[in-house]
Design a protein around this ligand. Structure first.
Ligand SMILES: [Mn+2]
Length: 431
């Protein structure tokens, strides 16, 4: 813990301190940073020391027991090797646990890592295993790898596996918070549908969503808000949001409130002028059908890829029918991302990627993006549609937690006709 310090707290806010942490967060044991620095603990005497490997992104600040110093102190106490790498360690573990039948396969898998990471490639054991000519050489290297693994008790993968299992399925208490984050985000979409006007700017639209979040007490946005009019919607992580008028374009809005640590992730795509053009509607309806298929496939026991396969099939078929592509495999050009990720404490939450279990929350978010200049009829250019909902997988089938925000073109157009309190919100002219 950061030590209590009245002066520092006056400037930068309250610190819990050792007693506060025990009382308010329920920890049995807590130390001030300086105490941990001096703590006489022999990490090498444990079977395993489990930790997330460190990113080199912590700066050494003024104090002599800040996070930077604590990491350094831990590394010394745990005899953390200077050339330690979590990926290397994982690959060693994979080599160690492989049997003869699979060893050639594992060697092939190594290539995928080593060819993208020069540092890993320098490792003689890894390179040796990858390039080994036969099983005999591989089993020789395997023995050396085992010795190397025994050389220390550091384990940077176990915690990650535990967290993946814990975070994939949600407890009842977590669901209360996550549902609230999703419902807040859905209301944001509805309020923006009512307020939307061709004269609005992307950043102003973003502001309306985020105001709704704050009004409900959501502390943050779960991730940088994406509001893209027309062609801007084709940029998957468009966060500039700096077009000054959305005009008659479709506006793609991918935003989520973060409420007490839990994050929603909801996308709606709506016509700024309140009415889908025939071309916009044709593309939209394909994405809608793809999403319906994806949601339907999100059932207990189904493989993680099930919604993605279901959605991709509908999109490929739809694009072929409209003559935008000729073969199903070209669909990737206009739908270049995955359909689902876990959702929870993180917008891309951790999980095992095994078959779906009850009480898991995933997104289902197919899209079609046709940038200007694409190899198809010009009338489709600049159309970008993504529809994203947050789906709770249960024993009784998928439940759409973000259903509060309309999804069909008819329902969206109907809500856009409703008045908005922002219609009368006029600020003084500053010219
Ligand atoms: Mn998402």
């Amino acid at each position: 813990m950061q030590e209590r310090d009245p002066l520092a707290e006056q400037w930068n806010g309250k610190r819990l301190g050792v007693e506060g942490v025990k009382k308010e967060l329920g920890f049995d044991m807590a130390f001030n940073g300086s105490e941990f620095m001096n703590l006489n603990i022999d990490f090498t005497s444990f079977d395993k020391v489990s930790f997330f490997d460190f990113n080199n992104d912590v700066r050494d600040k003024r104090g002599d027991a800040d996070l930077f110093d604590l990491i350094r102190s831990f590394k010394i106490k745990a005899e953390y090797p200077a050339d330690y790498s979590a990926t290397k360690q994982q690959l060693y573990t994979r080599i160690q646990s492989t049997d003869v039948e699979n060893s050639a396969n594992v060697a092939q898998t190594l290539g995928r890592y080593l060819n993208y990471d020069a540092k890993l490639k320098e490792d003689e054991l890894l390179s040796g295993f990858m390039n080994a000519k036969d099983d005999a050489i591989r089993s020789e290297i395997k023995q050396k790898v085992s010795l190397k693994l025994k050389a220390n008790n550091l384990d940077s993968s176990m915690i990650s596996e535990i967290m993946s299992t814990l975070r994939e399925t949600k407890t009842e208490e977590e669901m209360v918070l996550l549902k609230k984050a999703v419902e807040i985000s859905a209301v944001g979409q509805v309020e923006v549908m009512k307020a939307m006007h061709p004269n609005m700017s992307e950043t102003e639209i973003q502001g309306v969503h985020e105001y709704v979040y704050k009004k409900y007490g959501a502390e943050y946005e779960g991730y940088p808000s994406i509001v893209g009019g027309g062609n801007n919607g084709c940029i998957l992580h468009y966060i500039e949001n700096n077009k000054t008028q959305v005009g008659n374009d479709l506006v793609l809005m991918d935003l989520g409130a973060e409420y007490h640590g839990y994050t929603a992730d909801v996308t709606r795509t709506i016509p700024a002028n309140g009415k889908f053009s025939p071309e916009q509607k044709q593309i939209y309806d394909i994405v809608y059908d793809a999403q319906e298929a994806g949601i339907k496939a999100s059932t207990v026991g189904a493989p993680f890829q099930a919604p993605g396969s279901a959605s991709s099939e509908v999109i490929a078929e739809g694009l072929m029918k409209l003559g935008i592509i000729k073969e199903a495999k070209e669909a990737r050009t206009y739908f270049p991302h995955g359909t689902s990720h876990y959702l929870g404490l993180d917008v891309h939450d951790k999980g095992t990627y095994g078959p779906f279990q009850a009480n898991t929350v995933i997104t289902v978010e197919p899209g079609i993006y046709i940038p200007e200049g694409s190899d198809c009829d010009k009338k489709w250019w600049g159309i970008a549609v993504r529809i994203e909902d947050d789906i709770l997988i249960t024993d009784n089938g998928p439940v759409n937690l973000s259903a509060g925000a309309p999804r069909t073109t008819e329902a969206i157009e109907a809500v856009m006709k409703q008045p908005s309190p922002l219609d009368d919100f006029v600020l003084p002219n500053l010219d």
